[in-house]
Design a protein around this ligand. Structure first.
Ligand code: SF4
Length: 206
């Protein structure tokens, strides 16, 4: 997608409509991918889940937001970030200039850990292949990690979130932007402004 500045320039030039030819088939590739692991029992997280929670959103998005794992509401509804943390994320995305339906949102682990605990290293390493495949299909300009578990899954090692928050790191040829997990912001409302500033920074970089 184009930046707001570029679109403004086009409007100033009198161009009101643009026809875009884009590579087709990502929806189909994701559908095939999700069919391939909807019954996955590769790690112990399958035992307590209601269903596997796949990524959701626009497969042509320039940014993929990655969280930790589904919570109770996500496990029930089968969609990522639909509980309280999801509402906060939606609000912040909107304020930062993103539309939720225009971005893609997913998790490092696709099944709900019991009691919403953090997924352990083995669970992350077992499930990460599915996130990697989503990223191979979508090829985003930026991966936005929401919290430390996402960072661990995406970059393959742990970082202190306070040291890497707001920074861009590299993962092969992809750029990885890091901010807080919305659940952390819910528990620490004073961090909302920082979270919002991060999302605005990300929006500017696209
Ligand atoms: S968390 Fe991932 S690896 Fe584990 S059972 Fe669910 S889909 Fe399979």
């Amino acid at each position: 997608m184009w930046s707001d500045n570029f679109l403004k320039i086009l409007r100033e030039l009198g161009i009101e409509e643009i026809y875009v030819e884009r590579e087709e088939g990502r929806e189909e590739l994701l559908r095939e991918l999700y069919n391939s692991f909807k019954d996955c029992k590769a790690c112990p997280l399958h035992k307590n889940r209601t269903q596997v929670v796949f990524g959701d959103g626009n497969p042509y998005s320039e940014v993929v937001f990655v969280g930790e794992a589904p919570g109770e509401e996500e496990d029930k509804q089968g969609k990522p970030f639909v509980g309280r943390a999801g509402k906060l994320l939606n609000e912040a995305l909107k304020e930062a200039g993103f539309k939720r339906e225009e971005v893609f949102i997913t998790n490092v682990c696709k099944c709900r850990p019991p009691g919403n605990r953090k997924p352990n290293r083995v669970e992350i390493l077992t499930c990460i292949k599915y996130l990697n495949k989503e990223l191979e299909v979508i090829k985003p300009k930026f991966i936005c990690c929401l919290g430390s578990t996402a960072v661990e899954g995406v970059l393959g090692r742990s970082y202190s979130i306070t040291k890497v928050r707001g920074k861009v790191l590299k993962r092969k040829e992809q750029r990885v932007f890091i901010t807080y997990h919305p659940s952390y912001v819910l528990r620490n409302p004073r961090e909302y402004e920082t979270f919002l500033t991060d999302l605005k920074t990300l929006k500017r970089m696209l």
